[in-house]
Ligand binder design. Structure first.
Ligand code: URP
Ligand code: ZN
Ligand code: ZN
Length: 468
């Protein structure tokens, strides 16, 4: 393959599933029978890793509409070659049960995949070290979603942070302060306010302090226990400031934000389809958006993901009455989450690189390299280097697309980015040496994705994880 992005033109030799050599352009002589892809004029990047998705997730009384089949086709069409989901134990299930259930669910995947394990009961703490040894070293604690049976209380969060320190793992936290949130929701939950304020109530009941206080508390416990902490889907300026200050004093905390927090703001709740945008945490103000971009530039935000959790208009609208000013209904019952896998890279490419906020090297850091190194896939994913999996994407920088959900590849019948003009959709995607997107269309075979055992940096234990 001949082409380059930010490194000058290079030749990349792929043999089987791996990258064999990377040399200056014109140096590698293809052997007979080799397929040569001319990437002249293209940006050539490692496959993107989205570390935060929820495919076919039973949630809010329904199931997210993108499963591992449709979701991974959408992913590939957007240059994402690896996804990390969240295996969430059902009632009475162990972490091992949840892992087995997700293995079954992921069978049709075309992308490579792994998952974090959600800690929903105290008993799960005792399983953590064993699961880390099996290649699942990242765990998730939700501070909210008591009604789903998922919420981890303060004691569990603290104990989990102690445990990740012992087992070279990391705790991912959904940081929203549950009790104050509940109070604000209860106060606003009147027929009159619901009728008058519609979807705006979602934002009005979640002021920034709900996230900031929760992040502050999680950071304090990480500092006390020494357990590695990762704040998922960070949406506020205050959260970003707290993470920066904690990192400066040596607390082992990392943070991700998601594409939606970087390009949308809570004006979406004013629109006729405001209820479609309900997700937790919700998109915030333009000043938060600007601070998050500064965090991506400055390094306090390590990763950009999507938190893809897609629901169709019908699913989103079950509790909603259409009408003037966006209609009304019980916003607390709307299935929470947004589609986004396919638009992640184009958003960061367009609103990050093209807009001059970050350079291509930083895009590769936050979408490829850091996701791999932070989540335990270093040495295998996230870079175009000899010995790595041959996950390579080609972007024609001259091509721009106006987003239209009808042309996206997931099952969702709307997009939060409808009408947005974006560059950065790949024309060719190679996953482990196989061409899985050609002419911008995903062609990979269902079931050809592979589960990835992981091991975090600093794990010197006698792990059962097969070497990458
Ligand atoms: O609204 C969201 N984010 N839905 C998915 C579940 C979560 O909190 O990550
Ligand atoms: Zn969450
Ligand atoms: Zn999520």
């Amino acid at each position: 393959m001949h082409g380059g992005a930010g490194h000058g033109p290079r030749d990349i030799a792929i043999v089987g599933e791996r990258i064999e050599r990377v040399e200056p352009a014109g140096t590698i002589r293809p052997v007979a029978g080799t397929r040569v892809i001319d990437a002249g004029g293209m940006d050539v990047l490692p496959g993107v890793i989205d570390v935060h998705v929820h495919l076919e997730l039973p949630f809010c009384g329904t199931v997210s509409c993108d499963d591992f089949d449709a979701g991974s086709r959408a992913a590939l069409a957007g240059g994402v070659t690896t996804v990390l989901d969240f295996a969430i134990p059902g009632p009475g299930q162990s972490l091992a049960d949840a892992h087995a259930a997700w293995m079954e669910k992921a069978r049709p995947a075309v992308v490579d995949y792994a998952w974090h394990l959600a800690l929903t009961r105290r008993e799960h703490i005792a399983e953590m070290a064993g699961m880390a040894r099996r290649g699942l070293p990242t765990f998730k604690a939700f501070m909210i979603y008591e009604e789903e049976g998922w919420a981890a209380d303060d004691a569990m969060l603290y104990a989990a942070l102690e445990e990740v320190r012992g087992c070279a793992g990391m705790l991912l936290v959904h940081a929203e302060s549950p009790r104050v949130l509940q109070l604000l929701v209860e106060r606003a939950h009147t027929p009159d306010r619901m009728r008058r304020e519609g979807a705006r109530l979602h934002a009005r009941t979640r002021p920034n302090v709900i996230e900031a206080e929760a992040i502050e508390r999680a950071i304090r416990w990480s500092e006390t226990t020494g357990g590695r902490l990762y704040i998922v889907h960070m949406s506020t300026a205050e959260g970003t400031d707290l993470v920066r200050a904690a990192q400066a004093r040596g607390v082992p905390v990392l943070a991700e934000t998601c594409a939606q927090y970087l390009v949308l703001d809570d004006g979406v709740f004013e629109g006729p389809d405001g209820h479609l945008f309900a997700c937790c945490p919700q998109v915030k103000k333009p000043r938060d958006r600007d601070r998050l971009w500064a965090g991506v530039q400055g390094g306090e935000i390590a990763i950009i993901s999507t938190d893809t959790c897609s629901f169709t208009r019908e699913q989103k609208g079950r509790w909603w009455v259409a009408g003037p000013h966006g209609g009304y209904g019980d916003w607390t019952k709307i299935p929470m989450g947004l589609p986004g896998l396919e638009t992640l890279l184009p958003i960061v490419y367009t609103h990050g690189v093209r807009a001059g906020r970050i350079d291509m090297g930083r895009l590769i850091d936050v979408c490829c390299r850091n996701p791999a190194s932070v989540m335990g896939l270093a040495g295998r994913k996230g870079a175009i280097k000899p010995g790595y999996d041959a996950d390579v994407i080609l972007i024609d920088p001259r091509r721009e697309t106006v987003v239209d959900w009808k042309r996206l590849h997931g099952r969702c019948d709307w997009s939060p980015y409808q009408g947005m003009r974006l560059a950065g959709f790949p024309s060719t995607v190679v996953r482990r040496g196989e061409i899985v997107v050609e002419g911008s269309e995903p062609i990979g075979e269902a079931g050809s994705g592979r589960w990835l055992p992981r091991r975090l940096a600093g794990d010197e234990t006698d792990s059962e994880v097969p070497a990458a």
